[in-house]
Design a protein around this ligand. Structure first.
Ligand SMILES: [Zn+2]
Length: 314
């Protein structure tokens, strides 16, 4: 058995694991992330790697990170959650751990994990959409991770679905992320609660009568208990997701869409309306195979498993 290390770096935690060649995590290390200090953060990642390296012979390290990185996967241009601005991350960490390292965008690494060992394992071409606060995505076409000419492609959350629509964190308006993401679900739920309708009582109860604390996870929970308003808020996000998928399919023609994050947790409450809208809006829909829409299966481990598998190519 061959082992590699996978690291998933978030804004609050660094999660690492030793992963075997079948995608199984055999050991884990986790620590908090000193995200506000660039050097401390690099040192913390190296510590996690060195701790794992001491446990088992491993051949390489894959690190999943949020942010825009160069095509060579060395320099981080901008990381939204960590104080990294235009620094060479891969070479800095390699020099601290004495092993070959690859870095990859976290959504791409998670998509690769699902493609190799999770919900997309039976596909050659797959798009993963991860419903978190935003809408992350990773694209694999004919077995290759698509990163684009500058290394920052496959951002399906930021193609426009509504000209002059909601303002997005990327600075543009009307991105898919603004309609099919945790923040969209939360925004719609808060607007609904603020309307004062008696139908919002289950959501008000879920957030302890304080709508500012309402989260997407609470909406999912009340929907799972059968609250019609919460079901409808999730269905709205699912419908937008399916609409977005129909355009993604027009360009990329994947065999499968894998939906992860909170979208995966909500399951059919989001996936069923997404399928309906997808099939309705698919170009030439009666004359083509319909891509499968399914939930991710690796949960929060997808980034670790995907990054570790990418490190197998080192
Ligand atoms: Zn955007």
């Amino acid at each position: 058995m061959n082992y590699t290390i996978g690291i998933d770096v978030g804004g609050t935690k660094i999660a690492g694991g030793i992963v075997d060649s079948e995608g199984k995590i055999v050991s884990r290390v986790r620590r908090s992330a000193p995200a506000q200090d660039s050097d401390l953060m690099l040192a913390a990642i190296a510590e996690v790697i060195n701790e794992l390296s001491a446990q088992q012979e491993t051949t390489g390290v894959g690190i999943a990170l949020a942010g825009f990185m160069d095509k060579e996967r060395n320099r981080m241009r901008l990381s939204p959650n960590v104080a990294w601005r235009d620094i060479e991350i891969r070479s800095a960490i390699e020099s601290k751990v004495g092993k070959p390292v690859i870095i990859e965008n976290d959504a791409n690494a998670a998509a690769w994990g699902e493609f190799r060992f999770g919900g997309g394992a039976e596909a050659d071409s797959m798009v993963m959409l991860t419903i978190g606060t935003g809408l992350g995505s990773g694209v694999i076409i004919d077995g290759q991770l698509l990163i684009g000419a500058h290394g920052i492609g496959a951002e399906c959350g930021h193609f426009k679905v509504k000209p002059d629509g909601q303002l997005c964190g990327c600075g543009q308006r009307g991105c898919l992320e603004q309609y099919a993401s945790g923040q969209a679900i939360t925004r719609n739920a808060r607007v609904f609660v603020a309307s004062g309708t008696p139908a919002a009582q289950p959501l008000l109860d879920a957030c302890g009568q304080d709508p500012t604390t309402l989260t997407g996870a609470m909406v999912t929970e009340t929907a799972q208990k059968g609250d019609p308003a919460s079901i409808s808020i999730l269905a709205e996000a699912g419908k937008w997701l399916g609409f977005g998928m129909s355009t993604i399919a027009a360009i990329l023609d994947p065999e499968m869409f894998v939906v992860g994050g909170g979208g995966g947790d909500a399951g059919e409450l989001i996936l069923a309306p997404a399928r309906v809208e997808f099939e309705l809006k698919l170009p030439a829909r009666e004359h083509r195979p319909i891509a499968k829409i399914t939930a991710a299966t690796l949960g929060n481990d997808a980034g670790i498993i995907g990054a570790a598998d990418l490190a197998r190519k080192l």
